[in-house]
Design a protein around this ligand. Sequence first.
Ligand SMILES: Cc1cc2nc3c(=O)[nH]c(=O)nc-3n(C[C@H](O)[C@H](O)[C@H](O)COP(=O)(O)OP(=O)(O)OC[C@H]3O[C@@H](n4cnc5c(N)ncnc54)[C@H](O)[C@@H]3O)c2cc1C
Ligand code: SF4
Length: 575
Amino acid sequence: MGKVTGFLEFKRDKQPYRPVEERVHDWKQVMLPWPADGLRKQGARCMDCGIPFCHQGCPLGNLIPDWNDLVYRDRWREAIDRLHATNNFPEFTGTLCPAPCEGSCVLGINDDPVTIKGIEISIIDRAFAEGWVGPEPPATRTGKTVAVVGSGPAGLAAAQQLGRAGHQVTVFERADRIGGLLRYGIPEFKMEKRVLDRRLAQMEAEGVRFVVNTHVGMDRPVEALRREFDALVLCGGACAPRDLPIPGRDLDGVHFAMDYLTQQNRRCEGDAVPDETFVTAQGKRVVIIGGGDTGADCLGTVHRQGALEVHQLEILPRPPDQRAEDNPWPQWPNIYRVSSAHAEGGERVYSVSTLRFVSDEHGRVKGLEIARVEPVREGGRLTFREVPDSASTLPCELVLLAMGFVGPERPGLLEQLGVALTERGNVKRDPNWMTSVPGVFTAGDMQRGQSLIVWAIAEGRSAARAVDRFLMGRSDLPRSGVRSWLTTGLFRKNQRTRSLYEKWAGPIASFSTSMSRIALPLMVRPGGSLRSQATSQTRLPSLERVARVVTAAPVRRRKTISYSTPASFRTSRGW
Ligand SMILES: Cc1cc2nc3c(=O)[nH]c(=O)nc-3n(C[C@H](O)[C@H](O)[C@H](O)COP(=O)(O)OP(=O)(O)OC[C@H]3O[C@@H](n4cnc5c(N)ncnc54)[C@H](O)[C@@H]3O)c2cc1C
Ligand code: SF4
């Protein structure tokens, strides 16, 4: 919980960044490390709220108050153990996650939330610097083999978990390097690729095999993989881009965002992308269509390439500065945000639609005809109506289409396998993460649609557990996350938590607010699941030694359960 009065004494600090005038001239990461002392104060702001809604906000179910407290107490080694217990790659999320946890931080109801993401990245940075992160190969091998298709965060998380469970895992990637969107989508200035390479080295040392330049379903038949491996996990992402089929779409100078970002990322990797094929914004007026994160990544790239001017267009109205009434805490706040790329310049234009691309005499784009629009609800669906006489032309020489993605690519892998798809075109799965084809599992954007890294990691972990159970009949691997129904509505007060817990599991010997943090993840895992929670925490020191909370389970699942918290943790609270 940090310091009892910490949230009253200390204000939230801002994430440190390199100065704009310096960073736009290079590709190095813009985020700076936090000063250790300042960070301890930030950890001290975590206020022992009793029901930490941040657990529910984080798709991984990260044990946030625990590591906030440990950072405040300068116990970094334990903090990284606690962080790694739920997150394979905190360096990715600590750098790139939009931090939905902070949107549901209880302190955020009437103050600025705790800087959870800043604390997360500092813990893992410190752990790497101290040499605390090394390979963790399994003690024994099961003799089972698993193929993971796709090497984004979902595939990597699934592969690492399955490898640690003793299976021989091979990750197939169609690109020439491992990493998925972490490699060729997300720009170097947001996260330097050395961060990714460092983690891949750990995985290789643990025995995970990486096979690049292999497009499964194109240059390697899926059937061959099914014969060679005991299980398949599809983590191919959702990278089919949304197009804009309006007049002039085929003009020179109109490109999909991902094609553009990939080229620059390749150059940052040191690849020779010839000038004739390289799309650059240098000396050009640029329009980015799409106001989301991909658009913001294009914006930062355009600045660094030396664009003359940039407009970023968004069809939706400008979000409010504060939460709207229909967007209360602990929901993700849909508010106006200024990303690091936005802080570097460019103009954001809201409530506009694109009518056509305007051509010059050589078939190159020279402008964009746009019109103002206003949102209207038609039969419950949101559509946009053009404001009469509002059309105008925006001159430009480069247009980047960053309007999101329509789902996973179907030719090859998915068509050959014949997996069922959802109405939205994503891969359909059952509660055990299996697709309609037995022995073939899925995780990440491929089944969720384009989303976030934190979801990809969480789902990769959960799918790994399902695959492990499929192969071995049981699994000690943990699932991810805390089900939201536990923390929304049902568990408003500690006392209520206690009585609900007792209803579920019988009388409990002792109870404290910290206990409720532990109890929540326990409660979502009825039956044999307590074991899995303990497994997710096995790195905690002294797990077996301490405060036993012995309960008798209800008739439905009659058995005695016990759970221990680390001695050091207990002592720090005077239990
Ligand atoms: C430009 C951009 C910026 C983003 N920035 C952020 C951010 O800052 N923070 C955040 O949280 N999220 C961000 N996202 C979203 C995030 O990157 C994704 O949600 C996440 O990477 C999904 O992970 P994944 O493992 O499911 O898929 P991906 O990362 O998409 O990886 C899928 C991989 O599978 C490979 N593949 C596909 N089919 C095959 C096949 N048949 N054979 C072999 N390989 C195959 C692909 O080549 C790819 O490498 C961003 C997305 C984009 C496009
Ligand atoms: S992974 Fe994201 S949501 Fe989870 S604790 Fe870290 S910043 Fe918050």
